[in-house]
Write a protein that binds this ligand. Sequence first.
Ligand code: NAD
Ligand code: MG
Length: 386
Amino acid sequence: MKKVSIFGATGSIGSNACSIILNNSTKYRVEVLSANKNYKKLAILAKKLNSKYAIISDKRYYKLLKKELSGSKVKTFSGEDDLINLASVKTDFTIAAIVGIAGLKSAYKSIDKTKVLALANKEALVCSGNIFMKKAKKHNTQILPLDSEHNALFQIIEKNNLNLIKNIILTASGGPFWNKKINLKNVSVSDALKHPNWKMGKKISIDSATMINKVLEKIEASILFNLELSRIKIIIHPKSIVHGIVNYVDGNSVMLASQPDMKIPINYALSWPKRSQFNIENISFKKVKDLSFFDTNLKTFPSLRLFKYLNSSKLEYSRLIALNASNEVAVESFIRKKIKFLDIVKVIEKTLISFKNSNPKSISDVFEIHEEACNVSYNYINNLRS
Ligand code: NAD
Ligand code: MG
């Protein structure tokens, strides 16, 4: 039986992972399930999956979680310190599916306690890629991306030599606003949350509308596959059927296609290095009328201009941390209706340029830069509003 822990079990990725495990309960033994506030859902999952531990990060919900789980064998915990302690429980497979930098410490902690770390939390990698990958290499832990594009590229690249890759392509659906004749100035939160192809958490849905998601993903790919940013391209593919393409030096291009359903990459990761039977249709290519690809443009996606502030040949993390921090602050402020949609990229740009390129040496350095960047962003937002 594979021992599995899921950090961020109640979210979109976490729930998909739980449902796959539930349908294959003879193959997996669940150790840790975590959530931030949703104690009810966490308790239901912990009971159904018979997990050893359940941890709620927000301590205000601890008593309620304990009550929901009274009479069960599940051991309950709360708070950030316990979350990090539970990331030390030994597993075969750990899923990092907390959203944002809030998931970094537990994901980092788990690296030497697990064999495979299935990473959905791209923000953690963007902020600490150098430190993160170094630890994974040292402990021989496989980092297996769950992000659909990176999972596709992982499947394509796995056995090939990186030197033979000309470049790689990440596809982007374009989100809710691509090719729509609307003024982005006044789009509402609910408009921005309506993703055409994927059902996801709020933050990544807004990130897809601004295309910051692809900015983060390009950086994520650069770290995972050890390729310079200049060798990673983004193209719009509105159907979200092809997820990633690798162009090899010999004129061959290999692409991966599947339904836009996150259960596919999650199941692939859970079964890796084998493939397993999964009850989902392959793409019926005869039925696909239109497999088009389009260029991105800066008018609809001003976020793509942020690359001009990044070193395209070598990642330098202070600006990446600032980029992520300011985006987290800006998305939260947009959802709370404190700023407008188009302000998101302005907040990021203002924050980014106030940081020089440098490289943190430790996870605590990463959090120091993160806090500093959040302050710069909040100040800018307060000035915008006054
Ligand atoms: P979500 O908002 O649906 O779920 C987030 C999970 O993290 C929840 O379990 C929540 O309780 C937990 N969480 C949130 N804040 C926390 C905090 N401060 N401390 C501890 N736990 C906290 O998000 P999601 O859509 O599942 O995305 C999770 C991650 O996966 C993100 O990094 C996202 O970019 C990435 N991702 C998601 C998808 C998708 O289809 N949803 C696809 C690719 C990548
Ligand atoms: Mg993705």
